[in-house]
Design a protein around this ligand. Sequence first.
Ligand code: G6P
Length: 608
Amino acid sequence: MCGIVGAVAQRDVAEILVEGLRRLEYRGYDSAGVAIINNRELSRVRRVGKVSELADALQSQPHAGGTGIAHTRWATHGEPNEVNAHPHRSEDIAVVHNGIIENYESLREMLRGKGYEFVSDTDTEVIAHLVLDKLKATGSLLQAVQEARKEMTGAYGMAVIDQNQPEHLVVARSGSPLVIGLGIGENFVASDQMALLPVTRKFMFLEEGDVAEITRTDVSIFDLNDKPVERTASESDLKHDAGDKGEYRHFMMKEIHEQPEALAATLEGRIVNGEIVTEAFGANSNDILKKVEAIQIVACGTSYNSAMASRYWFEEIAGIPCQVEIASEFRYRKSVVLPNSLLITLSQSGETADTLAALRMAKDLGFMSTLTICNVPGSSLVRESDLAYMMRAGVEIGVASTKAFTVQLAGLMLLILSIAKHRGVDPALIQEITQGLTELPKQIEKALEMEEAIKVLAEDFADKHHTLFLGRGSQYPIAMEGALKLKEISYIHAEAYAAGELKHGPLALIDDDMPVIVVAPNNDLLEKLKSNMEEVRARGGQLYVFADKNAGFESAEGVKVIELDHINNYLAPVLYTIPMQLLSYYVAIIKGTDVDQPRNLAKAVTVE
Ligand code: G6P
């Protein structure tokens, strides 16, 4: 959710902090702030709105100083105003925080009793006072954070500085990611390595419960029990310009266009000489995949939609039972786990709080093993799962997920084919789909050529308040994803229905003001889908049909047809996602919404 950046350097760090925040803005964007120590004096600048507001303020009033922390906020406690913006102060110290302190009310009462005054509505201010309280007793910032941490419950990542000890900053991780960036004679911290790519490529990921003291030349890390620990440093292979829009107006459009490349990257080395390399899921994956008899997938948002699509494939291709559930539901209900079940988490970020909580329950629930399909190396889901498939989609910054979705689908298909192989499924079928996978990047590239036609189509939607998306079979989740994209970035209410369910309710909504989008590849459900479309047409609904060019659709009064090339039936969901993404993008452009950072949403939801 929120983004944190910190630095201890000899040079002035304001610019580095602001650039880091810009790169983290996708995480949250209702206010931003920095606190910098110069000559043992802490100064703070905070602004409501985007990081650019803060950058302008610092431009007109530069702040020198080599130790600082910065934050971009996604409000949880207290409205997005300047008083609630981070960093929060308590006398000589300043704190930035990502996450939620669940017991903040009782801590606030306790601290009020000791004479601390609260000026904001945030839970973070509690941390500032609590750390100061401990600092007064111990004199050490590190110890103060370690002591304070023991009294706090909830999920957080935080960074603290003290104007009397400018040579170091102290950070703590519990539930929200933090990475330390190692420089030469300077060190940094951030909630995502992306923020620090302009200054270093060497990173050290903190583990759950870690507290670290960072100086210009040293990093000392302590675990949950305050014991010194070593964490390994690694070089990032992220491109330096990964956080730039390049020639595109928005990250979302850049990411839509990166899909052919991202799909090729995810398949590279995983299909060799036409054969799936089953080790793509981890060194001992074969032993586990051989034994698997049931699949349970948990995920949120777009990742949930790709899980839903894969359910059709798991059962149809590999003949293995597969259940899919939203992580926030799964984690709070009692579920029955089938023997030899594999728990799969799907996540772009690898940090989604509900998905992570579901994974952490897995062992107790009796799952045989856990696998994550994830885009961020070193993320919590990757570190805590038995097996991991790295998506290699490249950094995704647009809040509305695009390339992560199609790449997840490809990864899921590789997994399904690997399991199918172990289960003795007809090699010809496996061969056919494997071949189809290798052709996907080219087919997606071709589908992107629809852009101009879809731009025109988008005009029809800009003044609409509602839209219905229909699909059947594995295209139903693609309709779900289409509806999610449209509502996320254009704020048009959009709902997806399995087309066969139309007459059980949504048909009542159809009139000439309700556009209906139909995902219609040429498969054995086509005739049934056509009947569903007639039901819409007969009631004056306007149909927009994304159809296989051989499916026999023609544009007519009340029906606009957009043709797609024929594709292997199993892989059609990947292809049909493309026009849905383009449509929502262009509708949002016409409506003038903030495409990359839609209101009220965040890219990585690290709180419940
Ligand atoms: C947020 C994002 C979505 C994303 C979802 C799950 O809601 O805005 O784009 O699909 O979280 O995120 P994950 O990183 O777990 O895939």
